[in-house]
Design a protein around this ligand. Structure first.
Ligand SMILES: [Zn+2]
Length: 272
């Protein structure tokens, strides 16, 4: 329980960092310069006591102290969500490499969910960088072995085989979406997906392995289509003009699939 609470607090801080990424990466601003948070409206630095994750948003009643600019609710939502997710993951699965991997994966997905929703951008730092992290993590917290047995001899050490499996999951994720978007272009004569979606599927394949990645893609597509249709219908938008944040739905599905996948395999460490 203590570990889960600490993880929750850590999640709030990570959420705060992800907020900076959502704002700065699409604008090509450096994450480290300035290192301190600033108000996007008046561009003044924010004092540490006004920069406490989630808490400061409530204390300031969602307004910048200097210029009273209404701080987007996203800042609060992302921090709270990340804190809750971190608490739940460590509470369910304890302090393990599997948990650590899931925490990193959740952070990456949360950033992509909010970035795609707000800016329709999936930053390379998280998609490509995430792919590398996913393959490295396969050494410590292996993905389920499958297709890699066709390529690598079974006398290879298990962690090495898991890394090959993870790399194959990444390649397959990219390839599957590439094929779908190629088909879509042929049929509809316009872009259905951006490069970001392809790279995001690659990242998910690296972290989850082949089968869970396919499951996440299916669930994400169904979720996106249903929500998108409801939105287009309710807001009376022209379906041809509306660009669906596919990455956001893919991210939501991927987090759920990842948690269920580990739960199915190792159960929960919570004593009932
Ligand atoms: Zn301000």
């Amino acid at each position: 329980m203590l570990a889960a609470l600490l993880a929750g607090l850590f999640g709030l801080l990570i959420g705060s960092f992800l907020n900076a990424c959502v704002y700065r990466l699409p604008r090509d601003l450096s994450l480290w310069n300035p290192p301190r948070s600033f108000c996007p409206n008046c561009e003044k630095g924010i004092a540490w006591y006004d920069n406490l994750p989630a808490v400061s948003y409530l204390l300031l009643r969602g307004k910048c102290r200097q210029c009273a600019w209404p701080i987007p609710f996203r800042y609060f939502l992302l921090e709270i969500l990340c804190g809750i997710m971190y608490f739940v993951i460590v509470w369910l699965f304890g302090v393990t490499w599997q948990s650590a991997k899931l925490l990193v994966f959740t952070a990456i997905c949360l950033e992509l969910i909010f970035s795609d929703f707000e800016e329709r951008i999936l930053p390379d730092e998280f998609t490509k960088g995430g792919t590398v992290l996913g393959i490295l993590f396969a050494w410590l917290a292996p993905v389920p072995l499958g297709f890699s047995s066709l390529l690598v001899p079974t006398d290879w050490p298990a962690p090495a085989r898991a890394m090959v499996e993870s790399a194959m999951g990444a390649a397959f994720g990219y390839g599957a979406l590439w094929a779908i978007s190629w088909l879509y272009r042929k049929v509809r004569h316009r872009e259905g997906m951006g490069m970001g979606d392809l790279k995001m599927a690659m990242m998910i394949g690296a972290f989850l392995g082949l089968m869970p990645m396919l499951l996440a893609m299916m669930a994400g597509s169904i979720l996106g289509t249903v929500v998108g249709l409801i939105y287009i219908f309710a807001a009376k938008k022209d379906a041809g003009d509306y660009e669906l944040p596919m990455g956001s739905f893919l991210g939501i599905a991927a987090i759920i699939v990842a948690i269920l996948d580990i739960y199915r395999k190792v159960g929960s460490s919570v004593v009932h």
